[in-house]
Design a protein around this ligand. Structure first.
Ligand code: PLP
Ligand code: COI
Length: 339
């Protein structure tokens, strides 16, 4: 299996905004994009994206998970970067049309089709360092994928707690913007090289926040603890889905501050579990926390029953193996190809 996100369908949908509205979306080859070398995005990182998935159900149909929420966050990211406003109906149609055209490339379970809508500022103006781009382009890339973490749900991750740094500037946290990922790379690479850590959990001033590409959730008996939403971190749609499923099961969901001190104290208990949630990460166990040169095992150090159950409950809805009581799936119209 090739690395997550390195295989693409041959075409993508694209629409340009020249400052006076969006062009009619088109299908174009997905292997190139022509931009002026002075394009705003290339100099001042005026870019945001989304990550969502389409799943093949046992009856052959294809469904997109939480399309509305991803489009809402995409529009919000675009606004917060002062990019031209998205027309959310148009974006939705671009996503649906792209998935419908390549429906035959949606892998069966346990795979899925990763959908990457992207929006970027295109003004050819290198002087606009303190001004937004008036023009932009949006496109929808598609990538058939398997697991993001090579161990799938079976291998628990090693995670370094970082109190000194931050993933990104606090006012950028809830924007799904490329620059935030570049900003987190330094500490992540160092943690990989020095400590063989899989991920860094950013805990600025002792406040447990999120990793470079996923949210963090603690399960302690019936309690589910995760940071309350604020503008400093990404409002994960998987996070919201897992909290909803946990609450459906009568678990005590607490969205609140979680300190490193409390995390380490709870992690030492035998039944405690921790996990990373995200579209790519799904719900992946954290088995070891590394803090100030010491390693702390979380519960048994292995994927626990709560994490496994909730991951399965989420996947079962996504793959059509369970009902969808919250209406999270959007059905893609089937396009019958000429023989
Ligand atoms: N936090 C960050 C920084 C991410 O990149 C992601 C991945 O998308 C998440 C959290 C989880 O968000 P979601 O569950 O919407 O995919
Ligand atoms: C996602 O989960 O959609 C992300 O954006 C994370 C990325 C590392 C694939």
């Amino acid at each position: 299996m090739k690395a997550f996100g390195t295989v693409f369908t041959d075409e993508m949908t694209i629409s340009w905004n020249n400052g006076d509205g969006w062009t009619n979306p088109e299908f174009v080859p997905s292997d190139s994009l022509t931009l002026h070398p002075g394009a705003h995005v290339l100099h001042y990182s005026s870019t945001c994206f989304e990550g969502l998935k389409a799943f093949r159900h046992p009856d052959g149909s294809v469904k997109i998970f939480r399309l509305d929420q991803n489009i809402k966050r995409f529009a919000q990211s675009s606004d917060m970067l002062h990019l031209p406003a998205l027309d959310t109906d148009l974006t939705q149609q671009m996503i649906i049309d792209a998935v419908a055209k390549f429906a035959d490339q949606v892998p069966d379970a346990p795979g899925s089709l990763y959908i990457r809508p992207t929006h970027m500022g295109t003004d050819p103006a290198v002087g606009k360092a303190a001004a937004p781009s008036a023009t932009s382009v949006q496109y929808v890339l598609l990538s058939p994928v398997g697991d993001y973490f090579s161990g799938g749900g079976e291998v628990a991750l090693r995670v370094l707690l970082n109190e000194e740094g931050m993933r990104c500037a606090p006012h950028m946290g809830m924007i799904k913007s490329g620059g935030n990922y570049a900003s987190a790379l330094g500490p992540i690479m160092k943690a990989k090289q020095d400590l063989n850590a899989d991920q860094v959990l950013f805990c600025p001033n002792g406040d447990v926040q999120e990793t470079g590409a996923a949210n963090f959730i603690l399960f302690d008996g019936n309690e589910v603890i995760t940071k309350a939403l604020d503008e400093s971190f990404l409002h994960g749609i998987t996070r919201n889905s897992i909290l909803t499923l946990a609450s459906d099961r009568g678990m005590d969901v607490q969205e609140r501050e979680l300190s490193v001190e409390e995390l380490l104290e709870r992690a030492a208990k035998p039944g405690c579990e921790a996990a990373l949630s995200g579209t790519a990460a799904v719900l992946t166990s954290v088995g070891t926390l590394i803090y100030r040169g010491q390693e702390y095992q979380v519960g048994s150090g292995q994927p626990g029953t709560t994490t496994r159950d909730l991951r399965k409950a989420l996947n079962d809805i996504q793959w059509g193996l369970a009902d969808d009581p919250h209406g999270w799936l959007t059905t893609i119209p089937v396009i019958h190809k000429a023989e």
